[in-house]
Design a protein around this ligand. Structure first.
Ligand SMILES: [Zn+2]
Length: 300
């Protein structure tokens, strides 16, 4: 909240800085940034007062239940995909670590509940009952055979500190799994994070399918085997390399994949389907702009 206020103040300052020169007043010094912090009001609850105020509600106060039959609300099977952010490790063009710090503040401010695809699979009703409150964060291109980029570790730490789980798109590649990476992923998986397959060799599955359907099977199912070996949980989510979808979705379903995650479209889905395609959105300019775009695209 405080940070947002500061952002707002700096935005206002920026706007005023863009005004014609003649109108620009001297920039006021903001005391809040450098001054001593205002004292935090302390509220003291004593054990004594807690005890004395506790009142046990009398049972007789409760109105007797009527004979009205309980109406089970029927949930619309057509659901909105929770807005989903697609992240990669920071690079020279984009500092996703800095971006994520800002983005987490926005999610907190808007009281969004961050979930995973697996969580929705296990609690399918929530996309109806908690529509507009859910959010998914994915980080792609984590390679099982190599140490995880330290900036990605930092991104993961930020999410953990915020109490948010995320979905990690893991590329398995070789028979070898880096022991540290494997242990780290297992720990995350145990604490409710989702380890999704991002295929064995980060292969464009649309192109692979043109060559041979066997190639698609190998890319997905071998990768699932390797992830299961490390985490003890067989993935149910496939993150498509380059967002490229296949034609034969049934073949993917037969591998017991439930979520196919791409980039374009996929803002709604039919919860009765056996396999579901969902889309995502990458970062745009800054956290605030990206949140706005996600809001427009996923309509929450
Ligand atoms: Zn990728």
């Amino acid at each position: 909240m405080k940070q947002l206020t500061l952002i707002l103040i700096s935005m206002l300052l920026f706007i005023s800085a863009c005004a014609p020169v003649a109108q620009v007043a001297p920039v006021p010094v903001i005391e809040a940034a450098t001054g001593t912090p205002s004292p935090i009001p302390t509220v003291v609850f004593t054990a004594m007062s807690m005890k004395t105020v506790t009142t046990v509600p009398s049972r007789t106060m409760t109105p007797a239940p009527t004979d009205t039959p309980t109406i089970t609300p029927t949930l619309d099977p057509i659901r909105s995909t929770p807005p989903t952010l697609m992240l990669h490790r920071p690079n020279l063009q984009f500092d996703s670590l800095f971006f994520l710090k800002q983005f987490v503040n926005i999610l907190k401010y808007n009281e969004m509940k961050v979930v995973t695809y697996r969580y929705i699979y296990e609690h399918p009703e929530i996309t109806a009952t908690e529509k507009g409150k859910l959010f998914i964060i994915t980080i792609d291109d984590i390679f099982l055979a190599y140490p995880i980029d330290f900036r990605v570790i930092e991104m993961i730490r930020i999410l953990r500190d915020a109490g948010y789980p995320a979905v990690l798109g893991v590329v398995t590649e070789t028979e070898y799994a880096d022991p540290k990476t494997a242990a780290f992923l297992k720990g995350l998986s145990d604490s409710g994070w989702e380890i999704a397959t991002h295929t064995d060799n980060h292969r464009n599955l649309g192109k692979a399918e043109e060559a041979s359907s066997r190639l698609v099977f190998n890319e997905v199912s071998i990768s699932m085997d390797k992830i299961e070996k490390v985490t003890g949980i067989r993935p149910i989510t496939l993150i498509l390399p380059e967002g490229q979808m296949v034609n034969n979705v049934k073949a993917i379903q037969q591998m017991n994949i439930y979520w196919i995650v791409g980039i374009s479209d996929g803002v709604t889905y039919d919860s009765r389907d056996k396999i579901i395609y969902v889309g995502r959105e990458g970062p745009y300019k800054n956290a605030g702009e990206t949140y706005k775009i996600l809001k427009m695209r996923f309509g929450f």
